[in-house]
Write a protein that binds this ligand. Structure first.
Ligand code: PLP
Length: 368
């Protein structure tokens, strides 16, 4: 049995009639950009998150970049974590800001704000990595309530912190709708969420060549819009997101049950009461055995586990000349060599979860 990390085909097959109807509707209307579908999705996603504004954009990377620009990040220090996807830090630089990094908590893989000993940041950009909700109160306790908090919620569609959705916790949040995300489009897409009218107005202009009126451009913007085809698909998928996240949680529960007696494995953290993780990824790590050996054997058995992420930000070649390249981030640097993402998607069957767990335990016994 071959088990992929993520299988988008199954979702498409299950809803193909609906998807065909949606695509035909948008295409036959020939309203491809800034149409009713986009407005509907923006409104519905804003209601889902409990925020005033959602604005669709071209990608999660654009969402982070434009949000930082709208928060006037240029020349300022933006603090994020050392184990995120590169887009987080590229966006900081794209916005003309200075990247500051902190290490991570080994239990949650989230930002360890207390490990940071540099100058006080102007903006803090936590990442709800793997869909685990990061507690932003820690940031306020450390840097004061005036610090600007922007969430990288690109992996956290539907996750909750103390009853509130990730994406509604800071001054603004960025989402990605890359196809493999829990809420994924049929191509690239992204959005910002905010309660702040000024930030929303600024993003409206920035996504539209810096103009709020046609052919009148008062600032240097670009072209970054979520098209109506993507918006219509996302609006349909949004109706199912809680159900799909529940399936992921069921799979996570079963993985936990099947792997709990394996001494070599550290399971993902449980969330406190009132919180919800969407299990965008189910990430385990190994205590003593070689992750790469296990991964190789899993692939030989056609179980396509992955690594998120194998290289920390400070070790990326693009940053070889930055001062943080030579700084030590002991926890994230160690854990990136030990973590493994097991197959996880809503349509994954119980039998597949059992197969992954069984093969994994057998391999661990072999390599021990
Ligand atoms: C944590 C994180 N930040 C940012 C991004 C960038 O999103 P996109 O691929 O839509 O540009 C992604 C997704 O790829 C992500 O996982």
């Amino acid at each position: 049995m071959s088990i992929p990390l993520v299988d988008l085909q199954r979702n498409f097959s299950r809803y193909s009639d609906k998807y065909e109807e949606i695509l035909l509707n948008v295409c036959s209307s020939c309203q491809f950009i800034m149409g009713q579908e986009l407005r509907d999705f923006e409104k519905n996603f804003a209601d889902f998150l409990g925020v005033k504004h959602v604005l669709g954009l071209g990608s999660g990377t654009d969402a982070l970049t434009l949000l930082l620009k709208a928060c006037q990040a240029e020349g300022k220090i933006v603090l994020t974590q050392n184990n995120t996807f590169i887009a987080t830090t590229l966006a900081i630089a794209n916005a003309g800001a200075q990247i500051a990094l902190c290490d991570i908590d080994p239990d949650t893989y989230q930002m360890d704000i207390d490990s940071y000993d540099g100058p006080c940041p102007d903006i803090v950009l936590p990442v709800h990595l793997y869909g685990y909700p990061y507690d932003i109160e820690k940031i306020k306790a450390k840097f004061g309530s005036q610090v600007i908090i922007i969430e990288d919620a690109c992996q956290a569609h539907g996750s909750k912190l103390n009853g509130s959705r990730c994406g509604s916790l800071g001054v603004g949040a960025a989402f990605s709708f890359y196809p493999g995300k829990n809420l994924g489009a049929f191509g690239d897409g992204g959005a910002i969420a905010t309660n702040d009218d000024d930030i929303a107005d600024e993003i409206l202009a920035l996504r539209n060549w810096g103009g709020s009126k046609k052919y009148i451009h008062d600032r240097p913007g670009g072209n970054s819009r979520l098209d109506n085809v993507q918006a219509a698909i996302l609006d349909f998928k949004l109706k199912h997101i809680d159900e799909w996240n529940q399936s992921r949680n069921n799979n996570a529960k079963l993985y936990r049950e099947l792997l709990k007696d394996c001494d070599e494995i550290v399971l993902p953290p449980e969330t406190p009461d009132g919180c919800l993780q969407n299990f965008h990824l189910f990430v385990i790590r190994f205590k003593n055995i070689s992750r790469d050996e296990v991964l190789k054997k899993l692939h030989e058995n056609e179980i396509f586990a992955g690594i998120h992420y194998p290289v920390t930000i400070n070790k990326q070649l693009v940053y070889k000349d930055e001062t943080f390249a030579n700084k030590k981030f002991p926890v994230s640097e160690e854990l990136c060599g030990k973590i493994l993402s097991l197959p996880m998607f809503p349509e994954m069957t119980t039998e597949e979860v059992r197969t992954v767990a069984k093969v994994l335990v057998t391999i661990i016994d072999q390599v021990k």
